[in-house]
Design a protein around this ligand. Sequence first.
Ligand SMILES: [Zn+2]
Length: 258
Amino acid sequence: MTRLLFAIACSWLLGGCAPTRPVAIGRSIEGAPLVAENHGRGHHRVYLIGLIHGNEPEGFGAVDEIRRVLRDHPGVRARLVPTMNPDGHAADSRGNARGVDLNRNWPASNFAPAPDRGPAPLSEPESEAVFADLMRFAPDLLIVMHSIRRGGPFVNFDGPEPAGHLARAFAEAAAANDARWRVVPSMGYPTPGSLGTFAGVDLRIPILTIEFERGHGPEEARLATGAGLDAVLRALTSRPQPTQRRPPTVAADPGEPR
Ligand SMILES: [Zn+2]
């Protein structure tokens, strides 16, 4: 009973002493649960995805560190999806169980159907589930973890400020342990149907794409995540709180392709 009252007080009065129980938001093609966790309470709303490409597990490996940093920022309301591609992760493949790249399957203005992008936006249960959850949550900032074989580690960003400011905050803090961390404003190749284009360019929600070096050791990923995410949340909460919520609809005007 005492524990129950403590949990209720934490959730509703004190702003989250502990994360709430993970919420089921859908299932993968092979039936694996997709879950989201709520952390903290406050006016700034951050949505984090630990893994979207199955063969890029570095961010997922740092999920405990993400949770630790979020506990240090109880004034940030965060929603964490540790992985949105459990099937790809199990198979060590970029796409989901049908070979569709879940970072090319969003209803972005530049979506183009292809076998590895799906026949239509949100054709895949994983992207459909996270899209619905993301739109309900209406974040002020998205952070998505990836890794890259060459040119990493870096932070890419899309959307209006403070996207660039927050990308620099992550890279500068992570560089204290690994001086290679930097900001790369453009990936340098087209990414039709990507979450960056959908959220950042079309919906104008700042989004950070964290690119670890592929094969980054767990300790390197943990250190970069701990320092970088902490710096981002400090920079975010030092800004005036957002005054308007974005409507949970897809913007009609086409954004710049990237
Ligand atoms: Zn990736």
